[in-house]
Every structure is written in C-alpha cells, then in structure tokens.
Ligand binder design. Structure first.
Ligand code: NI
Length: 428
C-alpha cells in the first residue's frame, strides 16, 4: 500500500467558492478524500434541509459547507498557527481531515429523517470513517490508526484538546463557515461578520483557541449574527412547517408498510429504515433526490393521507401555524385534537406541536466558552468583557407552535365546528 503521510500534491488544486473565494488543496489525502463516493454523496444533501422552501437560494449542500470548513481550518493551521510554540504541526493532517469529514454521516433532510427513524448522524460519521468504505481506505494510507484519530477529533475524545476546540467550541470553524454560508445562500443581510479578522486574532493557548482582545468586536459581531440567523432563518416557522410534513410523510409510509399496505411501487430504499434493519450501505445509498422521487410517486398512491402529505410537500402547500404551548396549554391542545378527530382530520398527521431547540451562546453552561486573551496574558470569558454579548447571552426564548392545514379547516361544511376550531387556533 502506498503510504502518504506528508505527500503534497505536485501542484496545488483550487475550488472556486462563493463564500471563501477559493478552497486550496495541497495534500494528496485531502484530494483523494474529496473524490470518495461517501464524500461526493454530500452533494445530494442540502445544508439547510427544508429552508429552501422559504429562502429559495438556500440550495447549498453539505458538500459546499464541508469544503468551507476544511478551508477555514487550513487557514487557521497553515496561516496562523504554524510555527507557534503552542501548536504541534504534526496535528495538521488529522485536523484538516476532521474538518473536511465532520458532517459525513448526515442523512437526507437530517433532522426530520433522524427523528422518524431514531438515527444519529454522528454514529454514521463514525461508521463511515471506520467501516469498509472508500474514505476509510484513503485514511488508512496515512497510517493504520489514522481513521480512528480523525473520528476521535470529530467525537471530541481526541487527547489534544486544542485540536478538538478548533472544530467544536463556541467559535469553531464549523459554525464560522455555516453562518457565513447560510447568510450568503439565503440572501439575508444579517449573518455576516468579519471572518478574516477573527482568523487573524485567533491564538492557540494551552487547551483552547482564544481570541486576542483587539479582535473582540469582530467576535461580538459573530455572536450577533448567530442571534439573528437563529431567529430569522434557522427557526423560521415556515420551514418548520415543511419539516413537520416531511416527518409525517415518513411516519405514514412506515405505518403503511408495517401494516402490509400494498404500495404501487415497492419503497425499496426505505424498507431497511421501516424495519430498523439498516446496513451502512443502505444508509449511504439514501439521499434527498431519492426521497423527492418517492414523494412524487406517492402523490399518486391510494392512501389518502400519504398522497395528500406528499402533494403538500412537493407543491409547497404547507401547514399554517399558531402559537400554542402544548405542554402548558394542555386543555386547548386536547380540545383541538378532539375536534380534529370529530370532523375527520386525523390529528396524528394534521395537528403538529413543535418547539424550537435552543443553540445559542450560553457562557455559564458551555464547556468551551469564548475566551478573550487580555493584554496582561490572562483569559476572560467573552460576556464578562463585552456588554453587548452579556445582553444577549442565554436570552434565547423557546418558540412553541402548532401546525395544521388551514385550507381543510376553512372548507369544513359544519360552520359551528369550523368556527370553534378557528377560535381555538386564535384565527377568529
Ligand atoms: Ni458542519
């Protein structure tokens, strides 16, 4: 077997990237990893799931993002850290590979798909790195234990904590890439921050990458951009509506399969997922184009629920929403479920309670808060130095909504029941 620990490409390769201008590839191993079928598969998985139904530019994929994360990591280690006492350049290749491959295990429409079939993309990232795959064969050419090292960096169990913090902390290259990239492709004006400045003031310091005080304002901007992106893009109620429908399409298809429903076309790629008997190959073969193909085919199925949900998803006839906390307002939610059933709208598929999960800067509870390197050489947590960050840190509120097909409710013939439902939905 050819060993290529330090093998550089004869000539540097570049990818044109709309966010970082160019992605530079200098190592044979990186070039070979990009060519593997498991990495190429990421071209067929969107970075933002159903968000393209709201922001039509958001068609970018996990492939784009993964190259971007790799490029940022390369700039950190090659342009900033190399030659500094705190940085061991022997870690360069493992950290570059981990950056490139960190999202390798994501499935189609990640969250909805994982929820329905109770999968964990991190577990699949590990399986692809360590299993019988093209990625594994490339990594093993570096050294026999190299695939394991890469997976340890991604799983945050790698002994060198500085290396781990570059890829998973409150200001890591993964977040820095997706914030800029998602802002670019959605076309929103918030979400931008001075990435070049942050990279310039990033320093290796014992177990962490820290930020010099002179770069604090760029980091404040980064935190504000996270705040804006979560509220305006990631938690957008309409893309959550699409996700709810997607979720229920998969639930319905599974339910039908398990009750021996006779599909017009056997949903072969899904069977291992319905029966929870999934091989790595089954997982790798599934992508968003296959899901879309089946959704279009299912628009002609005899089962009314499956047919309707698929038509809604494909043609973007999404559910409307109202604010309702189904946990606090049990009575109102229960009454709605009862009325839905009464008028023949199955609440299991057509009344969806959903809350957004919070992933915002919380200095007190995070393992890797952002640390500012003060001129006297001491470290201070960001929110203790920045009044702006202190004002928003930990303040994200949970947003709870219910989703339902308003068109169907409005078309109900029984006016009294229709009005009762609309009143409970706060639509009257
Ligand atoms: Ni990522």
């Amino acid at each position: 077997m050819v060993q290529y620990k330090d093998q550089k490409l004869h000539e540097e390769k570049v990818f044109k990237d709309p966010v970082h201008s160019y992605v530079h590839v200098r190592d044979q191993v990186i070039w070979d990893l990009i060519s593997t079928r498991e990495f190429q598969r990421l071209r067929r998985i969107r970075q933002l799931g159903t968000t393209f139904l709201v922001f039509h530019g958001a068609e970018h994929t996990r492939f784009n993002h993964s190259l971007g994360v790799y490029e940022l990591m390369r700039r950190v280690v090659d342009d900033r850290f190399q030659g500094r006492d705190e940085w061991d350049d022997n870690e360069r290749l493992v950290v570059l590979c981990a950056a490139l491959l960190h999202d390798l295990g994501h499935g189609p429409f990640s969250h909805a798909f994982e929820n329905v079939f109770q999968l964990d993309h991190e577990q699949y990232t590990r399986a692809i790195l360590l299993g019988d795959t093209e990625v594994n064969a490339v990594l093993r050419k570096v050294s026999e234990d190299f695939p394991l090292k890469v997976s340890q960096v991604i799983e945050k169990t790698y002994p060198n904590r500085l290396v781990v913090s570059l890829i998973s902390s409150q200001i890591d290259v993964d977040r820095m890439d997706y914030l800029q990239r998602d802002a670019f492709y959605t076309g929103v004006t918030y979400g931008h921050f001075d990435l070049e400045r942050i990279l310039r003031v990033l320093r290796p310091y014992k177990e962490h990458a820290v930020i010099k005080l002179s770069g604090m304002h760029a980091v404040e901007d980064y935190i504000m951009s996270r705040y804006q992106m979560y509220l305006q893009v990631y938690f957008h109620p309409v893309s959550r509506s699409a996700e709810a429908i997607l979720n229920h399409i998969l639930q319905r298809a599974k339910h039908l399969y398990m009750s021996n429903y006779d599909f017009d076309i056997e949903p072969r790629p899904f069977v291992p997922f319905f029966t929870n008997n999934i091989t790595l190959e089954d997982y790798i073969c599934l992508d968003e184009s296959i899901l879309f193909t089946y959704f279009q085919l299912w628009m002609n199925e005899r089962d009314e629920v499956l047919r309707d949900l698929c038509t809604r998803f494909v043609n973007r006839r999404l559910f409307k929403y109202s604010n309702l906390n189904s946990e606090d307002d049990v009575e109102r939610y229960g009454k709605l479920q009862q009325l839905f059933a009464q008028v023949g709208i199955d609440p299991m598929y057509y009344l969806v309670a959903d809350s957004t999960s919070d992933d915002f800067y919380r200095p007190a509870s995070t393992k890797n808060p952002i640390m500012i390197l003060m001129p006297d050489g001491t470290l201070q947590e960001l929110s203790t130095v920045s009044p702006i960050v202190d004002a928003v840190a930990g303040k994200m509120k949970v947003d709870r909504k219910i989703y339902y097909p308003l068109d169907v409710i409005e078309a109900l013939e029984d006016e009294a029941l229709r009005d009762e439902i609309l009143t409970l939905l706060h639509r009257k």
